[in-house]
Ligand binder design. Structure first.
Ligand SMILES: Nc1ncnc2c1ncn2[C@@H]1O[C@H](COP(=O)(O)OP(=O)(O)O)[C@@H](O)[C@H]1O
Ligand SMILES: [Mg+2]
Length: 413
C-alpha cells in the first residue's frame, strides 16, 4: 500500500483536536502522528514526527498559527500547512497564505472536504522537486514583469452580452473545456458576483471563490502560484474554475484593479483565461473588457437581444471594437432575422452561428460541458469548437507565423 499521509493536528482546544481526529478516522490513507496545543509546540512536533501536513488553528496562546506557519515555512518547507479557521474570513485567509499555508479551510468542514484538502497539500509535496524547493518569485508583480522562463503569456478572452440568457456562460464554459481538449491550459473566471453559475454548469464547486482571489489580488505582490491554485477548482475535464459565491450574500464588491490584477496573474499560469461576465454595467465588467484581448459578444436573433448588443457595442472604444468576435446563438428555423441582417445592423460580421440545441439545456441540467458530448448528435458542438478555433487562430498562428509579414490579427474584422 502507498505511503500514508502523516498529519499533525494543532489546536489549543482539546475537543477541537479530537473532533478533527474523528473527522479523519475513516480515511485509510491518512495517519494522525501527533497533536500540539500551540504554535511553538507545533514546530517541535514537526521536527519530531516529520508530518506531511499540519492542520493549524489560528488563535492559540504562546504562538499563534500564522506565526507558526511562517516559521515552519522557513524551517521545514516540505511540511505543508493547512490553516483551519472557524471564521471564513478573507483577512485571515490572506494572512494564512502570506505566511506560507497551502490551503485555508473554514469550519464547519466535512470529512471529505478535509481529506481532499489534505490530499491536495500532500500532492503538492510530491509535485515539488526534492530540495531545494522551487523558488517562488518574491516580487511577482505586475504581470508582464514576472518572466517565468520558457512560459509564454496567456490570453484573456471575455464573454459578453447585455441580455441574460443569451448564452454567455454556455460559451464561456465550453470555450474553457474546448481549449483544454485542444491541449491548452485554461481557466474560466466567473465575474458574475451575485448570480454566477459557472460552477453549476460544470457541477463543480470548491471551498473558495473569486472573492478570496480578489482579496489576494489587492496586494498582488503577495500572490503566489500555490495560494492561487488552492482557490481554483478543477473540473474533471482539466479546466480550472474560479467560481462566484454560491450565495449572493457571500459576495463582496470587487474593484476593477483587483479584477485586472487577478486576470493578469492568471495569464501567466494559463494559456487562456476565459471570463464569464454579468449583465451589470459596472467596474467589474469594465475591467473584464479592458483586460481582454478578445471580446466574444453573444447575442440571439431576437430584437431585445440585438438592441442590447447594439448598446454594448456603442459603449466600446475603438480599441475594444477591434477585439470583438460576434457570436449568434440560439439560431433556429423560426428566427426571422437573418445573420446578414444582424451583421448589417451591428455593423460587423457574425463570426459563428450556433443553432438552438436541446442538448444545451440538458447538458446544463446534468452539469456536463456540451463539447464533451457526441458531436454527431449535438449540433451545437461544431460551432462551439469553431469559436475555440477562432480564438486559437488569433493567437497561436501569430506565434507560428511570426516571421510572416501579414498581421493575422486583422482577419476577423
Ligand atoms: N444554443 C442553445 N440552444 C439551446 N439552449 C441554449 C443554447 N445556448 C444556451 N442555451 C440555454 O439557455 C440558457 C441560458 O444560457 P446561459 O449560458 O446561462 O446564458 P447567459 O450566461 O448569457 O445568461 C441555459 O439554460 C442554456 O443551457
Ligand atoms: Mg451567465
Amino acid at each position: 500500500m502507498a505511503e500514508k499521509i502523516k498529519i499533525l493536528i494543532v489546536d489549543d482546544n482539546e475537543s477541537t483536536r479530537e473532533g478533527t481526529q474523528r473527522l479523519l478516522e475513516y480515511e485509510d490513507n491518512i495517519e494522525i502522528v501527533g497533536f500540539a496545543e500551540n504554535g511553538l509546540e507545533a514546530i517541535k512536533r514537526v521536527e519530531e514526527f516529520h508530518p506531511h501536513v499540519v492542520l493549524m488553528d489560528i488563535n492559540m496562546p504562546v504562538m499563534n498559527g500564522i506565526e507558526a506557519t511562517q516559521r515552519l515555512q522557513q524551517e521545514s518547507p516540505r511540511t505543508k500547512v493547512i490553516v483551519v479557521s472557524v471564521q471564513d474570513d478573507a483577512h485571515y485567509l490572506k494572512q494564512a497564505f502570506r505566511a506560507g499555508a497551502v490551503d485555508f479551510v473554514a469550519k464547519p468542514i466535512t470529512s471529505a472536504e478535509l481529506a481532499q484538502a489534505i490530499e491536495r497539500a500532500y500532492n503538492s509535496i510530491q509535485a515539488e522537486p526534492t530540495p531545494p524547493p522551487m523558488p517562488v518569485p518574491a516580487q511577482a508583480w505586475p504581470g508582464a514583469q514576472w518572466p517565468t522562463p520558457g512560459v509564454s503569456e496567456g490570453h484573456v478572452i471575455s464573454v459578453l452580452g447585455f441580455k441574460g440568457g443569451v448564452g454567455k456562460t454556455t460559451l464561456a464554459v465550453n470555450l474553457g473545456v474546448g481549449l483544454v481538449k485542444a491541449g491548452k491550459k485554461a481557466v474560466v473566471v466567473d465575474t458574475n458576483l451575485f448570480f454566477g453559475d459557472v460552477s453549476v454548469f460544470l457541477n463543480t464547486r470548491g471551498q473558495h471563490t473569486i472573492i478570496e482571489m480578489a482579496h489576494m489580488a489587492s496586494e498582488p505582490d503577495q500572490m503566489d502560484p500555490q495560494s492561487v491554485q488552492s482557490v481554483l477548482v478543477t473540473h474533471e475535464s482539466g479546466v480550472k474554475l474560479l467560481t462566484a459565491p454560491k450565495n449572493p450574500r457571500e459576495s463582496e464588491p470587487i474593484s476593477s484593479e483587483e479584477i485586472v490584477n487577478l486576470l493578469n496573474y492568471l495569464k501567466r499560469e494559463f494559456d487562456y483565461v476565459i471570463v464569464d461576465t454579468a449583465t451589470t454595467l459596472d467596474e467589474v465588467l469594465d475591467a473584464s473588457i479592458q483586460a481582454a484581448e478578445r471580446l466574444v459578444i453573444v447575442t440571439t436573433p431576437t430584437m431585445p437581444a440585438l438592441k442590447d448588443t447594439q448598446i454594448l457595442i456603442s459603449l466600446l472604444d475603438a480599441d475594444s471594437l477591434e477585439k470583438v468576435i460576434l457570436v449568434l446563438n440560439q439560431v433556429d428555423k423560426y428566427s426571422r432575422i437573418t445573420a446578414d441582417q444582424i451583421a448589417n445592423y451591428l455593423k460587423r460580421p457574425v463570426a459563428v452561428q450556433i443553432p438552438t440545441d436541446p442538448s444545451a439545456v440538458e447538458a446544463v441540467n446534468q452539469g456536463i460541458a456540451l463539447v464533451t458530448l457526441d458531436q454527431r448528435r449535438v449540433p451545437s458542438i461544431r460551432p462551439l469548437l469553431n469559436v475555440v478555433q477562432l480564438i486559437r487562430d488569433a493567437f497561436e498562428t501569430v506565434q507560428n507565423e511570426a516571421s510572416q509579414q501579414e498581421e493575422p490579427r486583422k482577419r476577423w474584422w
